[in-house]
Design a protein. Structure first.
Length: 580
């Protein structure tokens, strides 16, 4: 399996590194923008010189040559700035997405499960792009436009103070209105991005539940729900567009009024001999040069507000609580170390405990079956052992070592976990099996496939191990998906294998092969199975009966049938519900 890393980074970056890369990209684009502004500001001076030389019947070759050079330089710098800004925004987008995804991958499971998938997807895809483009372009455009405005204003004052003061007075109202609009734009941008996130969540709901929707004949209801979410995003988007569109008119009206005053008063000064035509031409050019940068300044302010709103949503995602793993030194474990739960209490909700004072020892070898009615806390035991969650009280130990003091990498390396709802990724069958050990030798892969009873499936697939599976493993049966997950777990060569209903979707023949595999593997490994099927329970060396979050009894199948009425009832119910 190919180990893919971004070309632009080969190590995890801290916040300082990210800020430096972000700042460096913008400085490069901004520097080109400043050169572009200088070349633009120089043009009216050369035009003024050209007009003066025409009036004096002098040679115009030099000013014409300089004007031509300025035009060419402006074109080159414009293209360079556009490319640098585009590259910067794309790079910042990638860094934002990678950084946010990195934090999600290392987040606390309890906090991660509180996230809305659709909204999270919207933040990772839409908000990161909006934030990077708006902030990169907005900040650079604001800086270069501000420099252009300051330069043009200074040169206008140099040409004629009176005309400059009159023009600035016409522009002040536009600047005030734009500043007031900026705060409204940011608030509406936040609302619009939240509405887009809600729509994305609705789409994810449909994509992940299409069969349930169809079998429930809920197409019309879901269509109306999506239409409502889309319309809400449309309305907030229209309001945002309306507010954003006011920036340009606010700037344009002020500049048009300033241009009217300049031309009227300026021409009267030329006629009266108080100002030359060359100076008036230069002044009017500077006033026109103010139009684009001032409009860009106001628009950039609006874009920055939208970008800040998007960035705040990304930062909320990046602020998710991370898994605590202060331990870096691996613990020394013996070959005969088993698992011990000691007075463990836990609840997903503090008011409703799932496990109550669970004390349990699991040997380092053999098959241990965990049985109990739904809600008894069976899967919760596995999730605590993987440290997805932490006990509210009590401890879990491997040998003499509390798992809370073990490095996460070491702990999870000891465990092969097959979940009840098997997750297969889009990619080849080989990639899915080797997901837990991408450097596995071919012989080890073949052994895992054989032990999991997966070889018949591999043989019938069109491209064998290189067959491409779609997301979720569409095309494979439930039993085949489970066998892929079991092969994946076996490939880790774990000390402990956790199987959550791993035989639930198997036919009797395949189940028999798999149960033989579990018995063989259990000679060297501890196999812990959550099971309801009698065939799976009966092969266990010991059975743990959970009831109401507590350990009710422990023993072999024969022992429990003899002494535990609750166990006998569970077995009878299972036998009655089994297919004939």
């Amino acid at each position: 399996m190919t180990n893919i890393r971004p070309r632009w980074s080969y190590e995890l970056m801290d916040a300082t590194t990210f800020d430096n890369r972000y700042r460096g990209q913008l400085i490069a684009a901004g520097s080109v923008g400043l050169l572009l502004s200088l070349s633009t500001l120089a043009q009216p001076m050369f035009v003024s010189t050209f007009i003066s030389r025409v009036e004096d019947r002098a040679s115009v070759v030099w000013p014409l040559a300089m004007i031509t050079v300025m035009f060419i330089l402006q074109a080159v710098l414009t293209a360079a700035q556009s490319f640098l800004l585009g590259r910067a925004s794309e790079r910042i987008t990638a860094l934002l997405r990678w950084s946010a995804t990195r934090d999600l991958l290392r987040s606390d499971v309890a906090e991660f499960r509180k996230l809305d998938r659709g909204d999270t997807h919207s933040r990772l895809v839409s908000d990161t792009q909006l934030a990077s483009v708006a902030l990169a372009d907005g900040i650079v455009d604001m800086a270069t436009s501000g420099f252009m405005v300051v330069g043009a204003v200074a040169l206008m004052l140099y040409v004629d103070v009176g005309l400059a003061v009159a023009a600035f007075g016409c522009l002040s109202s536009a600047a005030l209105l734009s500043a007031l609009l900026a705060s409204r734009v940011r608030a509406m941008a936040t609302t619009n991005q939240a509405d887009i996130g809600a729509f994305s969540s609705g789409v994810q709901r449909i994509l992940g539940s299409i069969l349930t929707i169809k079998s429930s004949r809920a197409e019309d209801r879901e269509e109306q729900r999506i239409a409502s979410l889309a319309d809400r995003a449309r309305r907030s988007g229209v309001r945002l567009t309306w507010l954003s569109s006011l920036f340009m008119p606010a700037a344009t009206v002020g500049l048009q009024l300033a241009l009217l005053v300049t031309i009227g008063w300026g021409m009267s000064k030329v006629v009266e001999g108080h100002m030359s035509l060359a100076d008036l031409t230069a002044f009017v050019m500077y006033l026109f040069f103010l139009l684009s940068p001032l409009a860009m300044l106001f628009m950039s302010l609006g874009r920055i507000q939208r970008g800040r709103a998007a960035l705040s949503r990304v930062k909320e995602l990046k602020g998710i609580k991370q898994e605590a793993d202060p331990v870096v030194v691996p613990c020394r474990l013996g070959e005969d170390d088993g698992i011990a739960f000691e007075d463990v209490r836990f609840g997903y909700d503090a008011k409703r405990p799932v496990l109550r004072d669970v004390s349990l020892r699991i040997p380092p070898r053999g098959v241990t079956a965990i049985v109990g009615l739904s809600g008894a806390g069976k899967t919760t035991l596995f999730q605590l052992l993987e440290r997805f969650y932490h006990p509210d009280s009590g401890s879990i130990r491997v040998g003499e070592q509390d798992i809370s003091s073990m490095p996460l990498g070491q702990l999870r390396g000891l465990i092969g976990y097959v979940e009840q709802d098997v997750m297969l990724f889009s990619g080849s069958l080989r990639e899915n099996i080797c997901y837990s050990n991408h450097d596995a030798a071919e012989a080890d892969v073949a052994a895992a496939i054989r032990l999991a009873g997966l070889q018949p499936t591999v043989d019938k697939l069109p491209s064998g191990m290189d067959t491409i599976l779609s997301e979720g493993g569409v095309g494979l049966s439930g039993g085949e998906k489970q066998r892929v997950a079991i092969a994946r777990a076996l490939l880790k060569k774990p000390r402990f294998i956790l199987l959550d209903e791993a035989t639930a979707h198997q036919d009797s023949e395949t189940e028999a092969v798999l149960l033989d595999t579990l018995k063989n593997v259990s000679v060297e490994t501890s196999v812990i199975v959550i099971a309801h099927r009698l065939s799976t329970i009966s092969i266990a060396d010991r059975i743990v009966v959970l009831d109401g979050g507590s350990v009710h009894s422990v023993g072999t199948h024969e022992e429990l049938l003899e002494v535990d009425e609750r166990y006998r009832t569970m077995i009878l119910l299972q036998m009655e519900s089994a297919p004939a």
